[in-house]
Design a protein around this ligand. Structure first.
Ligand SMILES: [Zn+2]
Length: 63
């Protein structure tokens, strides 16, 4: 069971860490398609049509 808290829902970009390989990458918070880890292809953000569902670990958000 995971709980993901968005500190700033207005943030357009965020830094997310891949739970599998620990790679960190900047992702858009409302992606139009699924965002995968550039290193291991693990799904980081799932496209929902609105705010993406973040499956990785959010390190930082940018407004
Ligand atoms: Zn990865």
């Amino acid at each position: 069971m995971e709980e993901i808290i968005f500190k700033n829902v207005e943030s357009a970009f965020m830094k997310v860490r891949c739970k599998k390989c620990k790679n960190e990458q900047i992702v858009f918070s409302r992606p139009s398609s699924d965002v995968k880890c550039l290193v291991c292809s693990e799904l980081l953000v799932k496209a929902t049509g609105g705010k993406g569902e973040v499956l990785g670990e959010i390190i930082e958000t940018y407004s």
